[in-house]
Write a new protein. Structure first.
Length: 365
């Protein structure tokens, strides 16, 4: 048994499907599952951009099946699940950008809501599926920009299309559970993590990506919302929790865990954007400067009234208590791991080896 309740014999040769496996978080999850000895299949669109975690780490070589399909297509998804026969599904496929949800609201809703509905529909049909974890977001809560911590019983909401679509997913999962899975052997949970970062995240409009790219090249870092408070955490933290939860869902008492869970960092790691940037700046010994520029053409478009919450903090005490899961990394640890990964990328090191080593080291904590 791995430290922290991960059971090696549970995961060995386990058939697992990861939707969204070509993305940053999905890619890290595939590597984690492969490290545990799983037979991993993936379902997602082909990654875009010059740099991405999937290609940098060469994840394709560890996959039993690599389905490049759209989660909105029920027929393609059905064929892929029928072929891969997963016992466990981690559903991460999504349009995950708040800014992009303003540009293309329809695709955001179709991908996030209909994509989730497709997974749930097929879970009704295929009896070999034993547990499903639907990854949503910490932004599912109705945020009035007050200094409060959201727990799993807090009101759902969302003032932007991305957040609203993910809140819809939460309601959808609840409805499907009550309507179709009361007596089923398949148990379904939703999970809400904090703001994840780590090696290999080149997703547009992500602050840590901007920090690294500018600080490495000694360029100015422009911050639009420096005092925005977020629950920062390394991507390995919530992924470790999802694995523990999947084990619980597959147990005899699995129905007791088929609900919503927060996987946020310790409250000390909730910090302002500018404070996180300063930690990176110091650790990287960069000659860059941080500029505050509140006017941003993306956020001052009269046709697209894009906005962001000032405060976002989540309370994970239920998860700490019932799953015996707790964050293992300090904010400094998380920053160090991220810098190490990007430095290795720039120096053309073996990123597959490094990623596995970071997972191994994490499990030894």
């Amino acid at each position: 048994m791995y430290q922290g309740s991960l059971k090696k014999n549970f995961w060995k040769n386990k058939k697992v499907l990861v939707t969204g496996h070509t993305g940053f978080k999905g890619g890290w999850l595939c590597m984690f599952l492969n490290f545990l000895g799983c037979k991993v299949s993936g379902y997602a669109l082909t990654p875009t951009g010059t740099n991405n975690f999937f290609n940098s780490v060469k994840i394709k070589k560890i996959l039993k099946n690599d389905f490049r399909k759209n989660i909105q297509n029920l027929d393609d998804l059905e064929k892929s699940i029928s072929l891969s026969k997963p016992e466990v599904i981690f559903h991460l496929a999504a349009q995950s950008s708040v800014i992009e949800s303003f540009r293309d609201s329809n695709n955001t809703v179709l991908t996030n809501v209909i994509g989730t509905a497709n997974i749930l529909e097929l879970a009704k049909k295929f009896k070999f599926i034993k547990s499903i974890i639907i990854i949503t977001t910490d932004k599912v809560y109705q945020n009035y920009d007050k200094l409060k911590y959201f727990d799993e019983k807090s009101q759902l909401g969302g003032d932007d299309i991305y957040s609203g679509s993910k809140a819809c997913c939460e309601l959808l999962v609840h409805s499907y559970r009550k309507s179709f899975f009361k007596n089923s052997k398949c148990n379904i949970a939703t999970v809400r993590a904090g703001n994840c970062f780590g090696g290999g995240d080149w997703t547009p409009d992500r602050i840590v990506k901007d920090i690294l790219e500018n600080f490495y090249d000694n360029k100015y870092l422009i911050l639009r919302n420096p005092n925005a408070t977020r629950p920062w955490q390394h991507v390995l933290e919530p992924l470790f929790g999802y694995l523990i939860l999947a084990q619980k869902l597959s147990s005899k008492s699995g129905k007791d865990y088929a609900e919503a869970w927060n996987f946020g960092p310790s409250l000390k790691q909730n910090m302002k954007v500018i404070n996180l940037a300063k930690i990176f700046l110091k650790k990287m010994n960069s000659k860059s400067n941080i500029l505050i520029k509140k006017k941003d053409k993306r956020f001052n478009n009269k046709k697209l009234r894009i906005f962001e919450s000032k405060y976002l903090n989540i309370d994970s005490n239920k998860t700490f208590r019932k799953l015996s899961w707790k964050p293992r990394l300090t904010i400094n640890d998380s920053v160090d791991l991220t810098i190490q990964w990007y430095k290795s990328f720039r120096n053309k090191k073996d990123l597959y080896k490094l990623t596995n080593q970071q997972i191994k080291n994490y499990l030894s904590l």
